[in-house]
Ligand binder design. Structure first.
Ligand code: S3P
Length: 449
């Protein structure tokens, strides 16, 4: 099992206004997919703006173990020499995906229809997460999986030698599951069809089309019906990875709760399957403006300007918006603590099976910091105390979860007493420049408990 080294306690204290420009790193979802699809194309894919977080680096190492050549040219510029659909070699080592559920689930899909055996592992967080949601549909292609009880890693997958195409309705709203099935469908003959009742992030569909696959999406009464024609030759691409809205969430939310702040977060993708947080914040009364709205690479993009918002109101966050902001609920719960009234967040069962049980991790820390939180299996409610009234002054467990660590550190920028996390190390999985970037805006984050 991998681990990320000794814990790194961090403390965040109240600071003066945050100001300046926050250049957040590349999108994590698109970065994983760039490496994986690059490895499945024939020839050289070039990538700029790749997120060089540990999760993505682990996916890059995995692609090398499958026979692709992955080269770091420096400054976020990478190239991948792909082996083609069906061209994966059998790795001679265990594939360690570290902390990354996206990495392991997408790679499982990508290898499931090749006649190779692969053993996957990860850190303590990843080895506790459910994998049957992916291995069940992969079994329909003819791929076998043997893991620990409850379908947990470490786990060995034996890819199908004679894969058959699949028609599969995804039972939980999960872009990882949808993407695993589509990637497996690449090396199956005929048409693979994936149906999702609720729309989840659609980067895999968009990127597969960009790589030359025949893929179409039809919105029907059943939901989104995605049809992929198997065994294409994927053509190498140049990919300029847009910046990650899920990382942008942290400087945006910090600016809203720290008095006097005015922060510009440029070039953020506002794909509707990802932008739910920003809609929600605006409904809460946030001074959050989309500047310079434009289209880049077929995706809506804007510069986000966030200013201190003293009169935030709690709201009901529509359950049907959950998939488009699933990674942003932890930091939303922090903003909700500084709002007046209740923020009710229904339809969020999936938060319980992320890098940590994110409802529980946040609820425990928020309560300790003086905020009232109620929760049930698939909902939670935060009762805000209003600006300036949140006590803080506690150390929270980050549970090997980057977004939990960053959320509590954002909180400490506006609580009466500092907030600490027991381990900020996992932040490096998705946002390795978080401390430096927030410090550059004026935040006071120190290492130490
Ligand atoms: C991701 C999908 C989401 C999200 C994760 C990235 C992806 O997970 O939480 O951070 O890149 O496909 P689920 O598919 O489990 O909802």
């Amino acid at each position: 099992m991998s681990s990320h080294g000794d814990p790194i306690p961090m403390t965040s204290s109240a600071c003066g206004p945050l100001s300046g420009v926050a250049e957040v790193p590349g999108d994590k979802s698109i970065s994983h997919r760039s490496l994986i699809l690059g490895a499945m194309a024939v020839g050289e894919t070039t990538i700029t703006g790749l997120l060089e977080g540990q999760d993505v680096l682990d996916t890059g190492k995995a692609m090398q173990a499958f026979g692709a050549e992955v080269i770091n040219h420096g400054g976020g510029s990478w190239s991948v020499h792909g082996v083609g659909v069906g061209g994966f070699a059998e790795p001679d080592q265990v594939i360690d995906c570290g902390n990354s559920g996206t990495g392991v689930r997408l790679i499982m899909g990508a290898m499931a229809t090749s006649p190779i055996s692969v053993t996957f592992t990860g850190d303590a967080s990843l080895n506790g997460r459910p994998m049957a949601r992916v291995t069940d549909p992969l079994a329909l292609f003819g791929c076998q999986a043997v893991g620990r009880a409850g379908g947990r890693l470490p786990m060995t997958l034996v890819g199908a030698a004679d894969p058959v195409p699949v028609r599969y309705t995804v039972p939980v709203p999960s872009a990882q599951v949808k993407s695993a099935v589509l990637l497996a469908g690449l090396n199956a003959p005929g048409e693979t069809v994936v149906i999702e009742e609720e729309a989840t992030r659609d980067h895999t569909e968009r990127m597969l089309a960009g790589f030359g696959a025949e893929i179409s999406t039809e919105v029907t009464e059943e939901g989104r019906v995605i049809t992929l024609k198997g065994q294409p030759e994927l053509k190498p691409q140049h990919i300029d990875v847009p910046r990650d809205p899920s990382s942008a969430a942290f400087p945006v939310c910090a600016a809203l709760i720290v008095p006097g702040s005015d922060v510009l977060v440029p070039n953020i993708g506002l794909n509707p399957t990802r932008a739910g947080l920003f809609t929600t914040l605006r409904e809460m009364g946030a001074d959050l403006v989309y500047e310079n709205e434009r289209e880049e690479g077929g995706e809506p993009v804007a510069d986000l300007r966030a200013r201190f918002s003293p009169d935030l109101k709690g709201i009901e966050v529509p359950a049907e918006r959950a998939a488009s902001m699933i990674d942003e609920y932890p930091v939303l719960s922090v903003v909700a603590s500084f709002a007046s009234g209740e923020t009710h967040m229904p339809g969020v069962k999936e938060l319980r099976v992320k890098e940590s049980d994110r409802i529980d991790a946040m609820a425990v820390g928020l309560r300790a910091a003086g905020v009232t939180v109620e929760d049930g299996p698939d909902w939670w409610t935060v009762t805000g105390l209003g600006h300036g009234n949140v006590p803080g002054g506690v150390t929270c467990a980050s549970h090997l979860d980057h977004r939990i660590a960053m959320s509590f550190l954002v909180m400490g920028m506006a609580t009466q007493k500092p907030m600490s996390v027991d381990d900020g190390g996992p932040i490096a999985t998705s946002f390795p420049i978080f401390e430096a970037l927030m410090g550059g805006l004026g935040a006071d984050i120190q290492r130490g408990g």
